[in-house]
Design a protein around this ligand. Structure first.
Ligand SMILES: [Mn+2]
Length: 408
């Protein structure tokens, strides 16, 4: 049996440039967050006495890694060394390997993978991976990975892009799930895409996501995986939240609210509700169903007066209040029949038969058929697709207040 930590995309010393307008005390907390997240993870590794740690790229945020970040990272590696925990790491597109003259030497428990896929051994485990020698590694590095070693376990480290995924990250060292499965390793420790995803359960193919969200678009819980592999047993993946700062977005309904006073109380309640132990929450509130709100209150939301006047709590900082478009009224008030035909189409599409027909290309795709056999039956997926389709359509046919629907 082996137990290890899989992490990636630490982005130490991210500058959080866009947040300089925050109160200095809060900005400092945000700035320290990438460091603190990793420190928490190292503490956990020591407490859990794991066998080793793997880091799949983007340890540092910048090309020229700050001395501060390197010194911090070395201190953390030394803590692991004292606890006799080896570390295998690769550099990614953000922190690719330069000629080494500007680097601090890591302690002896740390193995830095070279520029071509190479395999290292630790007791019964083989670990294969490579570091980026430059920012742009666009070739299919996966083709250079060896087949499974003759050890009890084989782990692949790969900082790269899953082909076909709709991620914002750039296409570096692309691969497909089939490529990975063909190598017959026991675990794929991926990095690069910041959204946490377990692509396959067995053998686990995993993006752990970054350890700390870096902007308001990185909303999911951030952390790393504690992994146990044992022959003949299901692998165990335990997600550990490491982020001291959590970007959150919440939509609240204002049905029936028509005074500033009630609205203010409602927002204060949401702030109190968002409190979490050991975390600072950066909260964005989206107000839906605001039809009953009078115009003067709307104006105070638009011009920032309300946000500026909210009393912030110690651990929850509300940084944005936005209004959802008044879609239903705006779009359909002009024409009743439009609403009716929209609803009819929606209902039509939600029939199982129609839904399957529309999506048959996806469901019949060979990769989908073999890897996600139940996709067609997945009710949750269907609900999500229908909801998102509706939102996208409404988004497109909405028009601004005061604008005429019959443009001529
Ligand atoms: Mn990254």
């Amino acid at each position: 049996m082996i137990r290890f930590i899989h992490t990636a995309d630490l982005h130490l010393d991210s500058p959080f440039k866009g947040l300089k307008q925050l109160h200095p005390k809060l900005y400092d907390r945000v700035y320290q967050s990438t460091f603190q997240a990793f420190e928490r993870l190292v503490t956990l590794a020591i407490q859990e006495a794991v066998d080793f740690m793997v880091i799949a790229g983007d340890i540092y945020d910048g090309d020229n890694q700050s001395v501060k970040a390197q010194a911090f990272f070395r201190d953390q590696m030394t803590r692991l060394k004292t606890a006799q925990i080896p570390v295998f790491l690769s550099h990614g597109n953000h922190d690719f390997m330069d000629n080494g003259t500007s680097r601090l030497q890591m302690p002896s428990n740390v193995t830095v993978l070279g520029n071509q896929p190479e395999t290292h051994y630790l007791n019964n485990t083989a670990i294969t991976g490579f570091s980026y020698p430059k920012r742009w590694v666009t070739e299919r590095m996966i083709d250079k990975y060896p087949k499974r070693a003759n050890t009890e376990f084989h782990i692949g480290l790969l900082h790269g892009y899953l082909e076909g995924s709709a991620s914002a990250e750039d296409v570096y060292a692309p691969f497909t799930i089939t490529d990975l499965l063909n190598k017959q390793y026991d675990y794929w420790a991926l990095g690069h895409i910041h959204k946490r995803q377990v692509l396959i359960q067995q053998p686990p193919i995993v993006y752990p996501g970054n350890t700390q969200g870096r902007n308001p678009n990185e909303l999911d819980e951030k952390g790393a995986f504690l992994v146990t592999l044992q022959k003949g047993m299901e692998p165990t993946l335990t997600f550990v939240n490491t982020a001291p700062i959590w970007w959150k977005e919440k939509t609240i309904s204002l049905l029936g609210i028509h005074t500033l006073d009630v609205l203010y109380t409602k927002i204060a309640e949401e702030i109190a509700r968002a409190e979490k132990p050991d975390q600072t929450i950066l909260l964005s509130l989206k107000l839906d169903d605001r039809e009953a709100l009078p115009d003067d209150v709307i104006t105070r939301i638009h011009n920032g007066d309300l946000l500026a006047g909210i009393s912030q709590s110690e651990n929850v900082y509300l940084y944005r209040i936005s209004l959802a478009p008044k879609k239903e009224r705006l779009v359909f008030s002009a024409d009743d029949r439009m609403q009716q035909s929209f609803n009819r189409s929606k209902e039509h599409l939600s029939h199982d038969e129609t839904y399957r027909r529309v999506l048959q290309d996806l469901f019949k795709h060979p990769t989908v058929r073999t890897r996600f056999a139940d996709l067609e039956q997945d009710r949750h997926l269907k609900t999500t697709i229908l909801q998102e389709a509706e939102e996208l359509l409404l988004e497109d046919i909405v028009f601004e207040e005061g604008e005429s629907i019959n443009e001529d």
